[in-house]
Design a protein around this ligand. Structure first.
Ligand code: MF3
Ligand code: CO
Length: 291
């Protein structure tokens, strides 16, 4: 799948160095996994230093937006007001909300409450109330670079069992992150998340997963959190993807709202929670770019 380069040709990565002193060993290592039948990343999924700096600048906006939402969020507030905060901070900092107009999505952020799994649409008449849990999923474009992360917020006095769901999903993401190790597999990460959720009696949504991210909103690979160790794509330094499991208190089954075509809900009406981070695979492990 790699175009073979002459050892003395300039490296494909744009470093200006000769291939043999730059990415040749890296490519050979990837090819050795491919020969064993593993799924391996294509070159376009390997971010350059410039790309990584660009994604980090974009992520500064994403993080600032979610920090500000965290400061202001409270019972009595509409999800439209959250959308206003996202627009306000994003444009002030020079970015563009990536959600707005994405495949026709009508707003600048996703706000998913209680049994809503993801893709909730902010509206003036959706008012946060005491005991709600909400996921605010924010994505930013800056100079063509994409950042994507989401956080859960507890509104007032949340039932202990619901609070626990939110905490366990956070742990799931941390455990998944600890499995982001170069030259291991996305399935190692996904299965660790799945197991932690199952240990607490929860289920993990299968149909919607994470994704490569950075030079586009959604890149390869698609990332599952119900995968098996040693399967899925090989993680190599320079890859950037999201860890964003959607974990349900009850059934894993979901459905999409037929009226708006976006909002995904649990089939049994029980709560669902999700945290999302954007992660870079490094030579020694990982770096979180957006949270
Ligand atoms: N931010 C979501 C993700 O994590 C995607 C939302 S797309 C939208 O991939 F159109 F619903 F905004
Ligand atoms: Co995402």
């Amino acid at each position: 799948m790699f175009k073979k380069l002459d050892r003395n040709a300039p490296c494909w990565c744009g470093s200006g160095k000769k291939y043999k002193t730059c990415h040749q060993r890296f490519d050979d290592r990837i090819l050795s996994y491919e020969r064993l039948g593993h799924i391996v990343p294509t070159r376009d999924l390997i971010k350059s230093e410039k790309d990584i700096l660009g994604i980090k600048e974009s992520a500064k906006i994403n993080i600032a937006v979610l920090d500000e939402v965290g400061e202001k969020i409270r019972a009595g507030m509409s999800t439209e007001e959250i959308n206003d905060i996202v627009n306000d901070i994003t444009y002030k900092m020079g970015g563009i909300p990536a959600d707005l107009g994405y495949e026709g999505f009508p707003k600048s952020v996703c706000t998913s409450i209680n049994d809503e799994v993801c893709h909730g649409i902010p509206a003036k008449d959706i008012i946060l109330k005491d005991g709600d849990i909400i996921n605010v999923d924010c994505s930013t474009i800056l100079n063509g670079y994409f950042s994507d992360s989401s956080r859960m917020f507890l509104i007032g006095d949340v039932a202990p069992e619901t609070k626990k769901l939110v905490e366990v999903v956070r742990e799931c993401v941390e455990i998944g992150l600890s499995k982001v190790i170069p030259w291991t597999f996305l399935g190692d990460m996904g299965s660790a998340i799945h197991h932690h959720a199952m240990k607490h009696g929860y289920s993990v949504v299968r149909e919607i997963g994470g994704h490569g991210c950075g030079n586009a909103f959604h890149e390869e690979p698609w990332v599952s959190y119900v995968s098996k160790p040693g399967t899925e794509m090989l993680m190599v330094p320079g890859m950037v993807f999201t860890i964003e499991p959607m974990v349900n208190m009850g059934t894993a089954r979901i459905f999409t709202d037929a009226d708006n075509g976006w909002t995904v809900r649990t089939a049994d009406g029980k709560p669902s929670a999700q945290w999302e981070i954007e992660v870079l695979v490094t030579e020694t492990g990982h770096e979180v770019l957006s949270w």
